[in-house]
Design a protein around this ligand. Structure first.
Ligand SMILES: C[S@@+](CC[C@H](N)C(=O)[O-])C[C@H]1O[C@@H](n2cnc3c(N)ncnc32)[C@H](O)[C@@H]1O
Length: 376
């Protein structure tokens, strides 16, 4: 019978053992406020097994499910969920509670009366019951300044009151291979009080908008054909990585702007913004004209040779393609966020734009989780 054990069978026996061995050491995770799954994808890329995700928006949940087949998605309002049982050792609870309320571009609801600014308390309700080994809470940089830093102090106190260490990492995505100047805050700690140091920047030259989107098809204002074949071969190592072996991908959807908006686009050179638009075309934009120091991200045309400005609410902010007189497509924004091209976003164009804009860039998330894993 010995003869029946071929080299392939031996390989299989070994790999089964290897898989079991690896699984025994796997870090298992739950994603609260999962969105489209940018943070979860980074976790997976680093080698974390995300078992459950909570998300109450129907389209974000659909997108998450479609791209993370091995994760159970709980499509509920987190506030309605009962407290879970303990997660056990080698576990991490992570999530990015809604952050519009802390964003510096939102002066209207950036205060303690906005109920969404208190959803992080749900994170701690879950923590108290689940007792994970690690905690990771992500948010926007503006959280530090909201209510004079009160939210930052409160979150730290919450970590520490249940015995966790708490480091605060302020990281810029462009330092981690993402073609975007996007700053994110991460509160990170371990149950035994350990508070790890942040990951070091990659030290590599920044990835540019050209690296990110140059090979994608030419599109018109209002383009609505979701799936298109690539029109040329990948023109950068970054594009090659995100395309992998695909021949086509989805997300070639562009907001249909009216002719006045498109006319404004024509006056803006790469790297410039709404201040280049002639006054005669800005009549219904007097509030913007009167606040010259603010809103530098509005009507910004991206420059080929630099990382992108932050992709947040990019339909409303009118982020413009470097050469074509139109807004960014969903796929271009996803590339700038470092999502691979096989990552599909579901729902209407508005829902997809929001899912992409809300996400933590997967490559930044990967660096964050790799650092945590290095301490496991
Ligand atoms: C900042 S986004 C998360 C982005 C995600 N971390 C990523 O990287 O793709 C916050 C998410 O929380 C969800 N959310 C807001 N309130 C919620 C609630 N009460 N229960 C569950 N999910 C909620 C929103 O629908 C949104 O998708």
């Amino acid at each position: 019978m010995h003869n029946s054990i071929s080299p392939t069978t031996i390989g299989r026996v070994h790999s089964n053992h290897a898989v079991k061995f690896q699984k025994a050491f796997e870090l298992r995770a739950v994603d609260l406020f999962a969105g489209a799954g940018g943070l979860s994808l980074g976790a997976r890329l680093a080698g974390v097994k995300v078992t459950h995700a909570i998300e109450n928006n129907i389209w974000a949940a659909k997108t998450y499910r479609h791209n993370h087949r091995g994760t159970k998605v709980i499509e509920e309002d987190i506030r309605s969920l009962p407290a879970p049982g303990p997660l056990g050792p080698r576990s991490i609870l992570f999530g990015g509670p809604p952050c519009q309320g802390f964003s510096t571009s939102n002066q209207r609801t950036r205060h303690s009366l906005n109920p969404n600014n208190w959803l992080f308390e749900e994170f701690f309700r879950m923590t108290q019951a689940a007792k994970p080994e690690w905690l990771l809470l992500e948010n926007v940089h503006g959280l530090r300044q909201t209510e004079g830093g009160a939210f930052e102090s409160l979150i730290r106190e919450r970590f520490q009151s249940v015995g966790y260490g708490c480091s605060l990492w302020s990281l810029c995505a462009s330092n981690f291979g993402v073609p975007q100047k996007r700053h994110r805050l991460f509160f990170v700690g371990r149950r035994d009080g350990f508070a790890p140091a942040p990951p070091p920047a990659s030290g590599l030259p920044p990835v540019t908008v050209r690296d990110a989107i140059y090979d994608l098809p030419e599109l018109k204002n209002g383009a609505d054909q979701d799936r298109l074949a690539y029109s040329e071969s990948a023109t950068s190592a970054y594009a090659k990585l995100l395309r992998s072996t695909l021949k086509s991908c989805t997300g070639h959807l562009v907001t249909a702007n009216n002719s006045l908006v498109v006319e404004r686009y024509k006056h803006i050179l790469p790297g410039h913004n709404w201040t280049s638009i002639p006054q005669s075309l800005m009549q219904n934009y007097s509030n913007l004209v009167n606040s010259r120091s603010r809103h530098t991200g509005i009507y910004r045309r991206l420059s080929w040779e630099a990382p992108s400005t932050v992709i947040a609410n990019y339909r409303k902010n009118m982020i413009i393609h470097p050469e074509q007189d139109r807004g960014l497509s969903v796929r271009e924004a996803a590339r700038i966020q470092s999502f691979p091209d096989n990552y599909d976003f579901l729902g209407s164009i508005g829902f997809r734009q929001q899912q992409v804009s809300n996400a933590v860039p997967p490559l930044l998330a990967k660096a964050v989780f790799a650092t945590i894993l290095s301490h496991c």
